[in-house]
Write a protein that binds this ligand. Structure first.
Ligand code: ATP
Length: 209
């Protein structure tokens, strides 16, 4: 008798994609690199953008954030009031830490759900805090975008219309580049132009095995 194949045969489950943590300090060019990565056909999860969305999407988060910082954390339309929240946590590290303890696990779960929907063998997670939050431990490889401090400062001053002092203040709060360079598996040096940045990006991502 002929064997029935179509319904009885088991298909091998797809292997889970390898997660590459993409990071860099302010103005390093990590978002630009992330866009190039998407152009090369790989999916990118933008942690910061998702965090901004989740605080409005999740009822559970809304309740927890209001409990921590007050009803005014959300405006009359029920939307997260970024300015109010920033004013509450500014110079209050304890509150900031508690807020992060609410938001970061929600982003992690959102990311895990996102990964399950991906079909490429590599996926990228863009986050400024890859090493600071030790998220690199959950990644197959870390990819750092870095550039000289003065180049990064100039780019952010042009992009955001900020003063050198304002950009420097952010840099001083971030992990120094030399520490990140020691920890990263792959490094893109973004000290020249966008063409070279794209070429380097292509080389690095297609060399990941
Ligand atoms: P942030 O952490 O502040 O969001 P980022 O690391 O995501 O910064 P980008 O936004 O990608 O950095 O880059 C900062 C600015 O510098 C952008 O305006 C971008 O277009 C520009 N830029 C990045 N790389 C280059 C380059 N090689 N040549 C010219 N401009 C660049």
């Amino acid at each position: 008798m002929e064997e029935l194949h179509s319904e009885t045969q088991q298909t091998e489950p797809e292997p889970a994609p390898k997660i590459i943590g993409l990071t860099g300090g302010i103005g390093s060019g990590k978002t630009t690199v992330a866009h190039f990565i998407e152009e090369f056909g790989f999916p990118v999860y933008y942690s910061d953008d998702r965090a901004k969305a989740i605080v409005n999407e999740s009822e559970d988060l809304k309740i927890k954030i209001k409990e921590l910082l007050g009803e005014e954390s959300y405006d009359e339309n029920g939307l997260y009031d970024r300015k109010f929240v920033a004013s509450k946590v500014f110079n209050n590290n304890d509150l900031l830490e508690q807020l992060n303890e609410i938001i970061h696990p929600a982003v992690r779960i959102d990311f895990e759900d996102w990964v399950k929907k991906q079909s490429k063998y590599l996926v990228f997670k863009e986050t400024a805090l890859l090493f600071e939050l030790k998220l690199n431990r959950q990644c197959y490889k870390s990819l750092l975008v870095t550039a000289e401090d003065n180049i990064r400062a100039k780019r952010v001053m042009d992009r955001d219309n900020k003063t050198y002092r304002e950009v420097e203040a952010v840099m001083e709060k971030q992990m120094p580049e030399r520490d990140k360079i020691k920890m990263a598996d792959c490094i893109i040096y973004n000290n020249t132009n966008l063409e070279e940045l794209k070429e380097q990006t292509e080389k690095v991502i297609f060399a990941i095995e």
